[in-house]
Design a protein around this ligand. Structure first.
Ligand code: DX5
Ligand code: ZN
Length: 246
């Protein structure tokens, strides 16, 4: 199966083509790895449209999580948008295999991409939409040259590599700055430490896509936890009229 074919089973594709919306994206990293299919089905049935996939290589970040084989196995069991967050040192080398495994959207870290234009082009050529991620202390100027070309910017609100860390409030000015600079068709994702309090702050600052790992899969009732985060994000949104309730 070609990459394009893998991505063309009538799913909503990537972020570029999606209508502006508030979306809470559960992170697979906090799911039970012994029952991934069931955990994904639970958040999909709750209404989640985006599944965040944290890929870690043990090099850019200290941990190793999962790779393309796990993603392609899950691809057969859900219609959710697959939002891959590559926390790996060589995103250009692996972009094609993640697109082929069924990722609709692929985000790379600017800190490991001196060749960012090439990485961006490689991801786009594979048929996925493109995101660029910033570590908590990486400034917007680091992505100035590609800001108008990406479909999404991801602001890390914890240091990458772990779930369950505390939200870093100091990234909120960066979220506000990016919201004022991005076009309406470009998504702004925030990742790390989202809970019922911090999601409201991030939404008010202008984020529209919220990664939530432990706050969703760590809850006894992950469907209710997802729905409550989604409700709070919509209620607190910076730009009214962009909520997606289903
Ligand atoms: C951290 C990952 C996050 C993580 C978030 O390196 O990029 O996506 O899963 O987990 P929580 O929501 O628990 O902070
Ligand atoms: Zn992530």
């Amino acid at each position: 199966m070609t990459t394009k074919a893998a991505n063309s089973n009538n799913r909503e594709k990537g972020f570029a083509l999606a209508a502006p919306a508030i979306r809470v994206a559960p992170s697979l990293l906090s799911a039970n790895f012994a029952r991934l299919e069931a955990d994904v089905a639970r958040v999909e049935s709750a209404g989640a449209k985006v599944l965040h996939l944290d890929v870690m290589d043990g090099h850019f970040v200290p941990n190793i999580s999962f790779g393309a084989p796990v993603i392609s196995s899950l691809r057969k069991h859900t219609r959710m948008i697959f939002d891959a967050h590559l926390m790996i040192s060589d995103p250009k080398k692996y972009a094609a295999s993640f697109a082929k495994s069924g990722c609709d959207h692929i985000t790379f870290h600017i800190e490991v991409a001196p060749d960012s234009e090439e990485v961006l082009g490689e991801i786009r050529n594979c048929g996925a939409s493109v995101g660029v991620a910033l570590n908590p202390t990486t400034p917007v100027i680091a992505i100035e040259h590609i800001l108008s070309k990406v479909d999404m910017v991801l602001v890390m609100s914890v240091w990458p590599g772990f779930s369950g860390l505390a939200f870093m409030h100091e990234v909120l000015p960066k979220v506000r700055e990016l919201r004022s600079r991005l076009r309406p068709d470009q998504r702004l994702e925030i990742d790390g430490g989202m809970d019922t309090k911090t999601i409201a702050l991030a939404s008010a600052a202008g984020a529209d896509t919220f990664v939530a790992g432990s706050a969703v899969f760590g809850a006894a009732n992950c469907e209710a936890a997802w729905a409550e985060l989604q409700r709070l994000a919509i209620e607190s949104r910076a730009t009214p009229g962009t909520g997606e309730r289903s």
